[in-house]
Ligand binder design. Structure first.
Ligand SMILES: [Zn+2]
Length: 436
């Protein structure tokens, strides 16, 4: 366990024009693209809020979807924050909305002893569900919005068993929620590329479709090892990323030397194809067990190539050493992973809860450590997705949540209700329900 020493930044106080008055809210346009707040939305003043738990309440003024320190326009809508704490909205850097049973009846799971077993149960569940992928994914993603998530990187299975169905379903959910949530979509070969013939063609089709932002991969030295060519899966997915101008986000569960071999293969190909800043490795279970000097060696290359990493804080032994990696300049995000799917009955797509779990598995005690967990769940994920920090400073996207509480560390521990969630230019959720 390594303590976090990061602090959340202070917010900027803005003055409120006393002439502003409360008026009914007007509909606002959807953001045109991830990280770009909508233009021409009506200005809003969030009155009486406490950024990061500041003792003295302030007014936060939002113009064109961004925080401003300029005086509020006279026609601004005023929304009473009631002394609530304002916090940066959260980013789910790794989630699988296509697999979820969220919102449906309880599912009893069978024994499984490896990725192939879990993947087979995914297929069984997929075939047995009454609700479409689009409907299930929408239910989960909408729920995430109500819990304060501003953006997510959603992996959707690509395999001969599904074709592009899972991908298209999550894309539909993404489109329905475009006003409230920025979504990056990954075409994820859960069943392997080498061991599931036909997957490579589907990945190519996905990359060409324009539906996906990234191509995925999975354990090229373990689960999806080629008997003929070393790291053949990596050659294939890197070629697709290079050819079609999409990013890469590769699941790497392999531990020890097989995991490190795969990671070195990713590093080498990122360098060779000049894909700096466009590659993410998820889970990376081969890193937590390394010594300081071993980690420093790997982290130097990862930072040099600006390869991002994500963790879902699964356990004390498998959670990434977030603080040490950040000290090496590595972007690290936090995610939900699967939510109530064939793999696990657990999960809730609540990123505040995930920051709590990050602190729990790392056995943190100090306020700075707890605040660091929140920072990983908010700014860490934003960095992985290439989004601007929503740190409540002038010019930052107005993506924040309002909660009742004392301070950031206490909120990470107590997990208060998310009374209001703001995305860009509008309140997208109140009291746990979408407003639009
Ligand atoms: Zn995953």
């Amino acid at each position: 366990m390594t303590p976090s020493r990061s602090h959340l930044p202070p917010a900027t106080v803005t003055a409120t024009d006393p002439a502003t008055a409360s008026m009914p809210s007007a509909p606002a346009p959807s953001p045109a693209q991830a990280g770009s707040p909508a233009r021409a939305a009506r200005p809003v003043v969030f009155r009486d809020v406490r950024p990061f738990g500041a003792e003295d309440p302030v007014d936060l003024t939002v113009v064109d979807g961004r925080i401003t320190d300029r005086p509020a326009p006279r026609d601004a809508e005023v929304i009473d924050g009631g002394g609530r704490i304002a916090l940066p909205a959260l980013v789910d850097a790794h989630i699988h909305p296509d697999k979820t049973t969220w919102g449906g009846p309880w599912v009893s799971r069978a024994q499984a002893s490896g990725i192939a077993d879990f993947a087979a149960q995914d297929v069984e569940l997929f075939r047995g569900r009454q609700r479409s992928v689009a409907e299930r994914a929408y239910g989960l993603m909408a729920h995430a919005v109500t819990r304060g998530t501003r953006a997510m990187r959603a992996h959707a299975d690509i395999a001969p068993a599904y074709g592009l169905t899972c991908l298209e379903g999550v894309a539909q959910a993404r489109d329905r929620l475009a006003h409230a949530l920025d979504v990056q979509l990954v075409a994820f070969p859960q069943h392997g590329v080498i061991r599931a013939p036909g997957t490579a063609e589907l990945l190519r089709e996905a990359a060409r479709s324009g539906l996906v932002d990234l191509i995925g991969g999975i354990d090229p030295t373990g689960f999806d090892r080629s008997p003929d060519a070393h790291l053949a899966q990596l050659d294939l997915v890197f070629d697709l990323a290079d050819r079609y101008g999409v990013g890469l986000d590769i699941h790497l569960h392999d531990r020890g030397e097989p995991g490190l071999t795969a990671l070195r293969g990713i590093i080498d190909r990122t360098r060779a194809l000049s894909l700096r800043g466009r590659v993410t490795v998820s889970h990376v279970f081969c890193l937590p067990g390394l010594t300081e000097s071993q980690l420093a060696d790997v982290a130097a290359d990862v930072a040099d190539l600006d390869i991002a990493l994500t963790t879902v804080a699964p356990s004390a032994s498998l959670v990434l050493p977030v603080t040490r990696l950040k000290e090496h300049g590595v972007r690290v995000g936090l995610g939900s992973d699967g939510v109530r799917d064939a793999w696990s009955p657990f999960g809730n797509a609540d990123m505040l809860h995930r920051t709590h779990l990050l602190g729990w598995v790392r056995d943190v005690r100090l306020d700075t450590e707890l605040a660091g967990c929140y920072e990983t769940g908010s700014h860490g994920g934003a960095a992985v997705l290439g989004l601007p920090r929503a740190d409540l400073s002038p010019g930052s996207p107005a993506d924040f949540l309002l909660v009742r509480g004392e301070c950031v560390p206490q909120i990470v521990v107590d997990l208060p209700a998310r009374d209001m969630v703001v995305h860009g230019c509008r309140v997208v959720a109140r009291d746990g329900a979408l407003t639009c």
